[in-house]
Design a binder for this molecule. Sequence first.
Ligand code: UT7
Length: 324
Amino acid sequence: MTEFVSVVRGVGGHLPSKVLTNDDLAKMVDTTDEWITARTGIRKRHIAAEGETTSDLGAIAAKKALDAAGLTPDDIDLIVMATATPDYTFPATATIVQHKLGITRGAAFDLQAVCSGFVFATATADNFLARGQFERALVIGAETFSRILDWSDRGTCVLFGDGAGAMVLERQTKEQAGDKGVKGIHLRTDGRYRDLLFVDGGPSTTQTVGQLRMVGNQVFKHAVGKISESVMESVKQAGLQVKDIDWFVPHQANQRILSAVAERLGLEEHKVVSTVAEHGNTSAASVPLAMAAAIEDGRIKPGDLVLIEAIGGGLAWGSALIRV
Ligand code: UT7
């Protein structure tokens, strides 16, 4: 059987136009710009307008990724969409995006790994492409977390924002891909920690959507150790070393976590792509949004080795090394 490699063709991001600053939040809950900036690095976040849905954001990000790739929706035969804030309980938001893009072939489905969703979706698409079952995939991370926040809980509502990011992955032979492609992936979950970060509602329990609950300082402690271990696993699997990494594109949860992980891994600060100040934590959208920003501003260039990672509800965490 021919061996295939998944190669990144294009990345795009989209943020809703409405912006909520830390000062805006200080008018809603007992918090300050100083506290939020010092503890998280977040200065503002984008919030979806009334009626603006996860599929709306995801479809725009997908179009931007296709434009960046020089491709059209007709070129896509797989959509893997990471979201914890679907438009509806069903059908899969991926099928709504598929329809909005005018794609009538192939398959589209949602994947639920909360903040780690984009890493899990990349792994899933990579496996389908590597087996030769699909040709070109849109890997999307899109969220409207503003819809599941408790806007009276200062411990969580200041952290999250809405947005979407997408990446086109293409199946290529080893000869075509050269040194490019997905090099190593490590995924983990541990349901013992589900109570540290969860939504307190759902179809089968409360028949409501529910709101996000988090024991932030506990998640923080798990994040630094578990992400660092995962990165080492991905690097080992790829037969590479940490010093080979050109760009570290982490899940944008908290600047203190980003910096602590980079320090633990021995990654220089200038290699860390951080959008947390402008975007806040956009869950599954945060990695592709950050990747798109760093490609657009010319930091990430063709041939660079990019490390992505994330951790969130589950707990679920993982990392991937991709030469773009
Ligand atoms: O994307 C999924 C992964 N999620 C994460 O990675 C989030 C990880 N956790 C974090 O980023 C941090 O734990 C937080 C930013 C959520 C909190 O920072 P912290 O340094 O861990 O603070 P803490 O939770 O230990 O709270 C310290 C104090 C508490 O007051 P007392 O009990 O010391 O009097 C909180 O009530 O800060 C208080 N506090 C606030 N004060 C002002 C919590 N939220 C706020 C707030 N404004 N918004």
